[in-house]
Design a protein around this ligand. Sequence first.
Ligand code: T3D
Length: 266
Amino acid sequence: MTPSPGDAPPLLVGTQGAVRVLTLNRPAALNSFTGAMHVALRLALEEAAADANVRALVITGSGRAFCAGQDLNDPALSGPDADVGDLVERVYKPLALRIRSMPVPVVAAVNGVAAGAGANFALNCDIVLAARSASFVQAFSKIGLLPDCGGTWLLPRLVGRARALALTLTGDKLPADEAARIGLVWQCVDDALLMETALALAARLAASSTTALVATRLAIDEAMDMDCEDALSNEARRQGVLSRANDAREGVAAFVEKRPARFTDR
Ligand code: T3D
């Protein structure tokens, strides 16, 4: 396992107003995941979820990469008793589910290459921005594995079966502008503008109704496995809940009074 230089923490945690910023921090190994990084990430996600002052999250990487997936020097992989399936069940599955169930919107600012579980970690976030020099690599087939961290579920839903299969079977690098063009990610921005754009977007989301944004994510995810009628019923049920909360009352009042809304529910 390649350590962080000078025993630097594998994850940097910062706050800008109501936005929590998590930076994967093993740049010499392209921010690949180690056990220590997983622990730090899990803790930081739980802290952000529990902190009522945090209303949006930005996840990015330090150095030239976003994340190269599992650290392939980790003995958990190469040891004689390595059980990669167990590792995926214990670590990558909960990570993907945690990101997808965060009580605040999550923005991935993909600053460089995102490979293997690192790519799918990003794709689990609510909105993915990518620097123009970034790329996405479903690297799994090159090391005899299949896509994990949600890749098999996410990719066909995001870009369709044909592209999902071509990306995963070849393991070819997909440049950020092409990723945006085919709808794998939301937007490709100039490298110098990535963090500025991600932080501005996260600040906008933080000022929105958190409960409405999270319910929207849930309803969209649920609708993907429903027929139209069930999805319409689900919208009605969730809308009923939202409409009885403070944020909806505030949103309507602010519109009528022609002033910015001050959303506080979380
Ligand atoms: O345990 C399990 O496997 C279960 C979970 C699996 C989830 C997974 O994520 S499996 C997929 C693991 N990831 C990969 O297979 C990606 C491996 N990396 C690459 O293919 C390439 O490095 C990249 C395409 C990401 C970037 O290529 P490039 O040419 O820009 O950089 P590089 O020269 O290959 O890498 C730079 C350094 O980072 C290099 O170290 P060095 O030579 O400077 O000391 C390289 O070894 C290191 N590095 C890159 N990826 C990893 C890594 N070190 C450890 N683990 C990595 N995944």
